[in-house]
Design a protein around this ligand. Structure first.
Ligand SMILES: Nc1ncnc2c1ncn2[C@@H]1O[C@H](COP(=O)(O)OP(=O)(O)OP(=O)(O)O)[C@@H](O)[C@H]1O
Ligand SMILES: [Mg+2]
Length: 246
C-alpha cells in the first residue's frame, strides 16, 4: 500500500532521514521507534506531504505522492501531531468538522438545501466519531478547556473524519496517564480492525510491544532494524542505539 524508497531529507548539513526504504502492507500496524532526533516525525512529514523530500520517493497505491498535505489527505493519508494541533477556541465538534474543510462553496450558496443536508450528515458523523472515542459528552466544550488526554483523542477523531486508509499517529500516548493509555490502545486496535493501516511513532515501549506486529527502528535518520517486536527488541544495534552499550 505504501512504498518508501531511498527516502532522504536534509536540513542543511543534517540528514534527518537518510536513505530509508520499506513497504507497508494494507491493514497492518507498524511501529516506528528510535531515540530523540532519529527522524521519526520528519519521516511522517514526508509521507504526509508536509515536507518535500531531498531524495527518494513515497508511493501510495503504486503512485508517487506529491509533497502536498492536501493531496495526501485527499488520497487517504491522515495524521495526528506530536504536539497536539487543535483549534483551542473551537468546540471538539467544530474541530472534527474542520477535517472536511466545510466552508460554503459557490455550489453550496446556489443550492442551500443541499449544503444544509451535507452539513447535517457531517455533523452526525462527527458526533459518532467523538462518541466512539468516549468524547460524546465533551463535544460542545472548547478544545482548549479539555484535559490533554482528551485533546489527543479528539485529534485522532479529526483524522478519522477523513475516512483515511492510512493513519499516521505521532506519539499518541505522550502525556497520557495509565488509564488513558489503556483506552488509547483499545482505540488503536479498533481502528486497525476497521481496515485502516496504521503507522505508530511511539516512545511508550509497552504500547509498542502490545500493539505492533512489526517495528521499524530509526537512528540518526537511518533504518537500523525492521522486524517483529520480539526480534527487534533483542537486536544489539537497537540496544546500542537506545542505551549506548551493546
Ligand atoms: N524543520 C527543520 N529544520 C531543521 N532541522 C530539523 C527540522 N525538523 C527536524 N529537524 C532536525 O532533524 C532531526 C530529526 O528530527 P525529528 O523531529 O524528525 O526527530 P524525532 O525522531 O521525531 O525525535 P523526537 O523523538 O524527539 O520527536 C533532528 O536533529 C531535528 O533537530
Ligand atoms: Mg518526533
Amino acid at each position: 500500500m505504501l512504498e518508501v524508497k531511498n527516502l532522504t531529507k536534509s536540513f542543511g548539513g543534517l540528514r534527518a532521514v537518510d536513505d530509508v526504504s520499506f513497504t507497508i502492507d494494507e491493514g497492518s500496524l507498524t511501529a516506528i521507534i528510535g531515540p530523540n532526533g532519529a527522524g521519526k516525525t520528519t519521516l511522517f512529514n514526508l509521507i504526509a506531504g508536509a515536507l518535500p523530500p531531498t531524495g527518494g520517493s513515497v508511493k501510495f497505491m503504486g503512485k508517487i505522492l506529491p509533497p502536498s498535505p492536501h493531496k495526501a489527505a485527499k488520497r487517504g493519508i491522515a495524521r495526528t501531531f506530536q504536539n497536539v494541533k487543535l483549534f483551542h477556541e473551537m468546540t471538539l465538534l467544530e474541530n472534527v468538522m474542520c477535517a472536511w474543510n466545510s466552508g460554503p462553496f459557490l455550489l453550496d450558496s446556489i443550492l442551500p438545501k443541499r449544503y444544509r443536508e451535507t452539513e447535517r450528515l457531517r455533523m452526525k458523523h462527527a458526533c459518532y466519531l467523538l462518541e466512539d472515542m468516549g468524547l460524546g459528552a465533551d463535544r460542545d466544550t472548547r478544545a482548549g478547556d479539555l484535559p490533554f488526554g482528551k485533546q489527543r483523542l479528539a485529534e485522532i477523531a479529526r483524522a478519522m473524519a477523513l475516512k483515511p486508509s492510512v493513519l499516521l499517529l505521532d506519539e499518541p500516548a505522550a502525556g497520557l496517564n495509565r488509564t488513558e493509555g489503556a483506552s488509547l490502545a483499545k482505540i488503536i486496535r479498533h481502528i486497525v480492525s476497521s481496515g485502516v493501516t496504521v503507522l505508530l511513532v511511539e516512545h511508550d515501549m509497552q504500547l509498542v510491544m502490545n500493539l505492533a506486529e512489526r517495528v521499524i527502528v530509526l537512528e540518526s535518520g537511518a533504518l537500523i532494524a525492521d522486524g517483529p517486536p520480539s526480534v527487534v527488541s533483542r537486536d544489539p544495534r537497537v540496544i546500542q542505539a537506545y542505551l549506548g552499550v551493546a
